[in-house]
Ligand binder design. Sequence first.
Ligand code: GZL
Length: 318
Amino acid sequence: MLKSRRSLLSVIAAGLIVGGLALPALAAPLTLGFAQVGAESEWRTANTQSIKDSAKAAGINLKFSDAQQKQENQIKAIRSFIAQKVDVIAFAPVVTTGWDTVLKEAKSAKIPVILTDRSIETKDPSLYVTMIGSDFTEEGRKAGKWLLDNYKGEGDVNIVELQGTVGSAPAIERKKGFEEVIKANPRFKITRSQTGDFTRSKGKEVMEAFLKTDKKINVLFAHNDDMAIGAIQAIEEAGMKPGKDIIIVSIDSVKGAFEAMMAGKLNVSVECNPLLGPQLMAIAKEVKAGKPQPKRINTKEGIFPMETAAKEFPNRKY
Ligand code: GZL
């Protein structure tokens, strides 16, 4: 029985080939090389998970690298993806400059590049197809507007600022947006500003230094929740009440921020959506198929003050 079935199939296949209707070869899955920044924050962990889960769901063969927040490691990873002849390269540039050389190598190898999360400065925008991510300047504006609208104290408002990674798009643009808004009210002044590199440990260390030297701190503006959470520990160890003695404004809206808000220790977190995986996979397939893309694809985001945290927390996906 089996023998006759197999011979029947081979006759059909032969007929199709002779008839010029060769059986279509099953298309090989798209291979995507992704060079991630690192694992510095809750936001990054959620972003990585979204990319890995979405690649699996999309049937995309993912080659993933973690650069431990070092640009040279991301450049090495991109070169390795070029050598492996992946179909598409995507990465979240840890800083905005220094990418032209390696992206020219990808262009010469005819491998399209997609930026996610963070943008770059380049003289040649043809070096990447599109950038999928948040409007960080708008996130900084939302943080500044919440502060002007909700700060209850009288007199001068001394603000200390924990900046993100030096030279990164979120650090540059969140600062710019925040300052653009608070300059409308001269009472609000940034008295100290230093990088905490988006990590809890560095955020705590820098806040300890601020507390030692600054006699009067009214507000902390942290470029991400992880640094805010580190700073909350420093404020409590200094015998003060975070969220009351010092008003804290942060960005990302990760689970840790909701927990701090529900404990009354963080006043507001501006959302920055890390769940870029599904969009990235869909766009990688379109790019491979040669479908044109807009240069910039912005993600939609909100803002969560402390009062809304308990109600919103069960809906959070990261
Ligand atoms: C923002 C992202 C930032 C987050 C940080 O899109 O690049 O990097 O705000 C993360 O938590 O470390």
